[in-house]
Design a protein around this ligand. Structure first.
Ligand code: ZN
Ligand code: ZN
Ligand code: ZN
Length: 146
């Protein structure tokens, strides 16, 4: 699918570089959300001297372009997820197995309208993420909190 990834980078006005493509490929292969450190570790097998800040920068670029989503775990650890759903939607994340489910329902339009009305200001966006345990994980015994 790397042709596809070339196009994604081109559309974002980002130069097509092996590192950017590698980050996209790693994320596209993952079915779960992954941390910058995990991506960095995988990158190091191909790019011996790559630093973690480089990986962070690439992830930020892709995130700003809307290609990947930021996942803020309740532990405040930052993760990323490659979602191909281009419609406005939110994510359910499983805190145990890290799977992500699209939530194709947004109740925030009403909230935005109310906030804008009350503040007489302008509302531009909102962040909603639903955290919990998926069906499989919630059926296992209570997950270790550690
Ligand atoms: Zn789960
Ligand atoms: Zn999604
Ligand atoms: Zn929404």
């Amino acid at each position: 699918m790397s042709d596809n990834h070339d196009l994604i980078l081109k559309n974002l006005n980002l130069k097509i570089t092996p590192k950017r493509l590698a980050v996209l490929n790693i994320l596209a292969d993952e079915l779960v959300f992954v941390s910058p450190e995990e991506i960095w570790r995988k990158m190091k097998s191909r790019f011996k001297n790559i630093g973690l800040p480089t990986v962070y920068r690439i992830l930020e670029e892709l995130c700003e372009g809307g290609v990947i989503s930021k996942i803020i775990h309740p532990t405040r650890q930052l993760y990323y997820y490659y979602c191909k759903n281009l419609n406005h939607h939110h994510h359910f994340i499983c805190m145990s197995c890290r799977r992500v489910e699209d939530v194709n329902l947004c109740a925030a339009k009403e909230i935005e309208k109310q906030v804008a009305g009350n503040l007489k200001g302008k509302v531009l966006s909102h962040i909603i993420q639903v955290n919990g345990f998926c069906k499989t994980c919630s059926q296992k015994k209570a997950p270790d909190e550690s």
